[in-house]
Write a protein that binds this ligand. Structure first.
Ligand code: GLU
Length: 415
């Protein structure tokens, strides 16, 4: 981490917003910290017969607007402060998209890449067991995030349902479609981000057909972003990286073939007819659109002035440090902030909850149309606010979201 920890970033961003809105200091104090958090130990039988005790968290940041919602991350560098920051961002994200939900997040310190399928299943079931009375379809609804998958959501839903003694599809989202998942959830984060990027391109007068795109990260968000940017808008994907390195080709890459190569070899590195590019250099490429879709804190004050992209669409959570935001803004880079750009995932998660409650399922086309109807107005409300106050897009997104959370707190009589 460059200077601050991620939760300090989130608090600093809120402080800026409080100043713009001249927020009442009592309300500001409530919004600066999580409402509730659970710390758990997770003993898991490993394949060699030993028991390993993992550490995990679930943070419920603010539930003024409804049940808390947010993913569970499995990552070796997970910390409770990271989970707190992400839970705060979920609060703003759900409010910005006008979903009737608060914000939460979970995490386990582990390295899923070094664990067998059986070990992962036992860890997931243990997590569901340890959090079972803290979460629930009308309380707190987890979902996938970094290194967690639909299969893992299926295991957790199953474990929770066993404890409850009945089917509880609505306790978790991002499930496989066979057990209450929603059509269109798989690519929802990327698709929602591309709808926002489409609106930004219109605003800036950028023709998307042939526009050059660089994508940092080739997991769920990054790979679907590449595939959809090409199939929906005919963009030219010139560079892709993952945790092991990256590839570049001026003439454009075939995102599906790159994904196939990654699935076979474990990395995009080495894909034919490309030159290598690092995770640092990809950020500074002279492209129309840059999509950070990997980890947090990659655009900092050290490299912000070297960013040449016209649009930065943050599909990752927290890729830009607060002091880098102003540098990008002053250089005319149009940044679509994380909790707007990557909100497609939670939006379709919300659709999944609705379908679970009704036990009636929509087709993919309906999901896409409804997602667009959520993303497009959210983008424009942020853009208008940014123009009205003369502030960058992240600050504008905070202004819209925080006002909505505060309104709910007032209407409940909390403040
Ligand atoms: N983990 C995703 C996010 O950061 C999705 C959360 C959800 O679907 O609840 O937005």
């Amino acid at each position: 981490m460059d200077k601050l920890n991620l939760f300090e970033y989130a608090q600093e961003q809120l402080d800026d917003c409080a100043e713009i809105l001249k927020l009442d200091s009592d309300i500001h104090a409530i919004l600066r910290v999580p409402m509730r958090e659970l710390h758990i130990s997770l003993p898991v039988r490993m394949d060699d017969g030993s028991i390993k005790v993992f550490e995990g968290f679930r943070v419920q940041y603010n539930d003024a607007r409804g049940p808390t919602k947010g993913g569970i991350r499995f990552h070796p560098d997970e910390t409770v402060d990271t989970v707190r920051a992400l839970a705060a961002w979920m609060t703003w994200k759900c409010a910005l998209l006008n979903l009737p939900l608060g914000g939460g997040k979970g995490g386990v310190i582990c390295n899923p890449k070094e664990m067998s399928k059986g070990e992962l299943e036992r860890l997931c079931r243990e997590y569901a067991y340890r959090v079972w009375n803290f979460v629930g379809p009308e309380k707190d609804i987890p979902a996938p995030d970094v290194y967690t998958t639909p299969q893992m959501m299926g295991w957790m839903m199953d474990e929770y349902s066993k404890i409850a003694g009945n089917h509880q599809f609505g306790v978790i989202t991002g499930k496989p479609v066979s057990v209450g998942g929603s059509a269109g959830r798989g690519d929802a984060t990327a698709r929602g981000g591309l709808y926002a990027i489409r609106e930004a391109a219109k605003e800036l007068g950028i023709e998307l057909k042939g526009a050059t795109v660089a994508i940092q990260g080739y997991g769920n968000a990054g790979s679907f972003a590449a595939i959809l940017a090409k199939s929906l808008f005919e963009c030219n994907i010139v560079a892709i990286t993952d945790s092991r390195g990256g590839i570049y080709n001026d003439y454009g890459l075939d995102p599906e073939a790159v994904l196939e190569h990654k699935n076979k070899t474990g990395s995009v590195v080495g894909y034919i007819n490309t030159t290598p590019i690092s995770n640092e250099d990809i950020l500074e490429l002279d492209v129309d659109i840059l999509i950070p879709a990997a980890m947090e804190n990659v655009i900092t004050k050290k490299n912000a002035s070297n960013i040449k992209a016209k649009i930065v669409g943050e599909l990752a959570n927290g890729p830009t440090a607060p002091e880098a935001d102003d540098i990008l803004y002053n250089n005319g880079v149009h940044l679509i902030p994380d909790f707007l750009c990557n909100a497609g995932g939670v939006t379709v998660s919300y659709f999944e909850m609705v379908q679970n409650f009704y036990m009636y399922y929509w087709d993919e086309e309906q999901v896409h149309i409804r997602l667009d109807k959520k993303m497009t107005p959210a983008y424009h409300s942020v853009l208008e606010t940014s123009k009205k106050y003369g502030i960058n897009m992240r600050k504008a997104a905070y202004v819209v979201a925080v006002q909505r959370v505060v309104e709910a707190m007032r209407d409940r009589g909390w403040v």
